[in-house]
Write a protein that binds this ligand. Structure first.
Ligand SMILES: Cc1cc2nc3c(=O)[nH]c(=O)nc-3n(C[C@H](O)[C@H](O)[C@H](O)COP(=O)(O)OP(=O)(O)OC[C@H]3O[C@@H](n4cnc5c(N)ncnc54)[C@H](O)[C@@H]3O)c2cc1C
Length: 342
């Protein structure tokens, strides 16, 4: 098939790469490749640490995609950070947040023990005062390295404008803003991050609660760490704000006091592409030429390899996974505005 993929973020590029590997004739169209949410994402591959109430399907898909990541990273030749994630609480109330996450995980079949402050600090000696914690096996990856690796594999197939007028299928992977008539399916949820360089990075990904403020610190190669992320529903352009950056740095410095001396490399913000049920849109629409690969909200990096596989399977005729089938959120063409299709 001749396939146009609109959008060169981690999701669109992963889909294009998979379709190419299956022998399809693919081009990616994006006037600003890699400039969306994929450029600032922390890159946590975190079905466990990011698990949330009522999101069993998100968790299921995340676990499935996390299993693909070791092979996927090897295929792209990008390093995986494999030292696990520490969930930590600063004060006694914050310890309740850790306890609640551990209980939530137990309900999803992920067993992890609550650790004492001494046990947590033995695992991560650079931590400041902690009231308790837990360790989970989640991994992380640098999304910008993933985008760069995918672009190398797709060399010559990525264009700023559509290079040919017709395609058998068009895959919309344009991040937080889909073109009409699909625009209403997504809303942008702003996330701000700060990138730092430190001579004393943590060994684990550290996700903490500090006086009720949630923050994470994700170590990368060469002393870089990503501190994130704010979560805000808004209608403005996604820019980093003084208040957001201040809250992130204040909480991160309490968790890891050595960050006080870290160099600030960049502050950035982007919109996470959120659907109303927080599950992505991967598969067909009611227009036989238009396919969606969008709406990955907090998990686009984690879900990229699975999305690529599901999208390619669906394009080749497989029945889409109902949890991600875009038609669940679309009115039927004969009954616009009516109840969603099943
Ligand atoms: C602060 C923050 C932290 C995050 N941390 C994580 C994390 O740790 N782990 C995780 O898994 N996920 C994380 N996410 C979520 C993740 O970043 C997104 O789910 C993912 O990047 C979405 O990828 P995408 O390719 O769909 O969109 P994007 O990366 O936004 O790419 C969309 C692309 O489409 C292009 N485009 C837009 N309109 C058009 C058009 N009309 N025609 C052609 N091209 C167009 C844009 O130029 C852009 O390049 C985070 C997000 C944020 C904001």
């Amino acid at each position: 098939m001749r396939v146009h993929v609109l959008g060169g973020g981690v999701v669109g590029l992963a889909c294009a790469d998979e379709l190419l590997a299956r022998g399809h004739d693919v081009v990616v169209v994006d006037p600003a490749v890699g400039s969306g949410a994929s450029a600032v994402a922390a890159g946590m591959l975190s079905p466990a640490a990011e698990a949330w109430h009522g999101e069993q399907d998100v968790h299921r898909l995340g676990v499935e995609s996390a299993r693909l990541w070791p092979t996927y990273a090897a295929r792209l030749d990008v390093p995986l950070h494999d030292h696990g994630t520490l969930l930590v609480g600063h004060d006694a109330d914050d310890r309740h947040d850790v306890r609640r996450q551990v209980a939530l995980l137990a309900g999803l079949g992920v067993v992890t023990d609550l650790l004492s402050p001494a046990q947590v600090r033995r695992l991560e000696p650079g931590l400041g005062r902690v009231s308790g914690g837990a360790r989970v096996d989640d991994r992380s990856v640098d999304p910008r390295a993933v985008v760069a690796a995918l672009l190398r594999r797709l060399a010559g197939r990525v264009h700023a404008r559509e290079p040919r007028p017709v395609a058998d299928a068009v895959v919309l992977a344009t991040g937080a803003r889909l073109p009409e008539p699909w625009t209403h399916l997504l809303r942008g949820v702003r996330g701000e991050v700060v990138r730092l360089h430190t001579s004393d990075p943590p060994r684990h990904v550290v996700r903490g609660w500090v006086a009720g403020e949630h923050v994470y610190v994700v170590p990368r190669e060469g002393g870089e760490v990503v501190v994130g992320a704010t979560v805000e529903e808004h209608d403005e352009p996604p820019v980093p704000t003084a208040g957001g950056v201040l809250r992130l740095l204040r909480a991160a410095r309490v968790l890891l006091p050595a960050l006080d001396r870290a160099e600030v490399l960049a502050c950035a913000a982007r919109d996470r592409p959120a659907t109303r049920d927080h599950l992505p849109l991967v598969g067909p629409t009611h227009d036989p030429r238009t396919w969606l690969a969008a709406g990955h909200f907090r998990h686009g990096v984690l879900l990229a390899p699975l999305t690529a596989r599901l999208l390619a399977d669906a394009l080749e005729g497989a029945a889409p996974d109902p949890a991600v089938d875009p038609r669940r959120l679309l009115a039927t063409p004969t009954a616009p505005g009516g109840p969603p299709c099943t």
